[in-house]
Design a protein around this ligand. Structure first.
Ligand SMILES: Nc1nc2c(ncn2[C@@H]2O[C@H](COP(=O)(O)OP(=O)(O)OP(=O)(O)O)[C@@H](O)[C@H]2O)c(=O)[nH]1
Ligand SMILES: [Mg+2]
Length: 301
């Protein structure tokens, strides 16, 4: 008994899981990063950027919010997308509170996405208000409220950091009373490898068009930490066809080199150390529909 330490119990401390869900490209990952005050989740102007949930842990003395950024909700057409939607379902069932995010520049309410809500406490966050006229927001709010009984509605601009305090306060007030689940200094539970692979994937989304980003998986094959030398990271990019491999590598390797340089800069900033980044490209036919490949890349459908 002597070596058991009793932590003082703070009765008013709040802690819980908060899932950020919504259509692709509405700004969920931008919001996660803005709330966290650091870039954890990759952001591009293409839909379906996020493929699996990214966990951000935001702690103060008073609360701990475990934020789950999720893939954008779509009707799945292939195995990878099925795994992505399973991830959304798991996140919503794990969540104490749902933050449903919608793009204020689009005026349609999507019933398919609302099916993921169940009966959980839900906050509607209308994003991108920097791009719409204020008088257009209210009719959209009305339409959403008719479609689902949201507990709160908050118009924001995740990109410009507008009204995010209101998001934090609203979430905080609805979190369950509970001691923290994670140490307060922890910001995520995903390993550095995951974030490094994501950074490389972000650059591929930014540098290539059409199907190449969607056919790409990035794996960290090896990571050697070396004394007095830069870390050596070996990454592989998996594509579905030889033609995609050709596009990724580019004439004289120039396209892949660009991806590598941009990724390395961000990786070094993220991990705070110098890095040698080696990337090679391999082809796995139709991996997005292969259970064996999906599983080996960590996706479950
Ligand atoms: N104008 C404007 N653009 C925004 C805002 N928030 C996000 N964006 C842009 O919208 C695009 C998509 O942002 P993401 O954060 O990747 O969106 P997402 O919902 O995570 O997308 P998926 O991961 O594909 O589901 C990016 O180009 C962002 O810069 C905003 O408040 N205003
Ligand atoms: Mg995203």
């Amino acid at each position: 008994m002597d070596n058991i330490e009793f932590q003082p119990v703070d009765e008013s401390h709040r802690c819980g899981y908060v899932a950020l869900i919504g259509r692709p490209n509405v700004g969920k990952s931008t919001l996660l990063n803005a709330l966290m005050g650091m870039k954890l989740s990759i952001v591009t102007n293409k839909p379906q950027t996020t493929r699996r949930r990214v966990l951000g842990i935001l702690s103060t003395d008073a609360y701990q919010m475990i934020l789950l950024d999720t893939p954008g909700i779509i009707k799945p057409r292939y195995g990878l997308q099925e795994a992505m939607m399973k991830d959304v379902s798991t996140s919503t069932s794990d969540a104490d509170i749902l933050v449903f995010m919608a793009d204020a520049t689009r005026d349609s309410v999507d019933d398919m996405t609302l099916k993921y809500m169940g009966g959980k406490p839900a906050i509607l966050v209308l994003n991108k208000i920097d791009k719409v006229r204020q008088e257009d927001v209210l009719p959209l709010v009305t339409r959403y409220m008719e479609a689902h009984p949201f507990d709160e509605v908050i118009p924001v601009s995740a990109l410009k950091g507008k009204n995010l305090d209101a998001v934090l306060e609203t979430i905080q007030s609805r979190l369950p009373l509970s001691p923290p689940f994670y140490p307060k200094e922890m910001v995520s539970e995903q390993p550095e490898r995951f974030f490094v692979a994501e950074i490389i994937r972000e650059k591929i989304f930014k540098h290539f068009r059409q199907e190449v980003p969607y056919s790409t998986q990035v794996n960290i094959v090896d990571w050697e930490e070396r004394e007095d030398e830069k870390d050596l990271i070996n990454a592989e990019i998996v594509v579905e066809r030889d033609s995609q491999k050709g596009i990724l590598i580019g004439k004289g390797g120039i396209a892949l080199k660009k991806v590598g340089t941009h990724a390395r800069e961000d990786i070094e900033e993220f991990i705070g150390r110098g890095v040698f980044l080696k990337i090679h490209v391999k082809v796995r036919n139709d991996w997005r529909n292969s259970d064996v490949h999906l599983r080996s890349f960590g996706f479950e459908r």
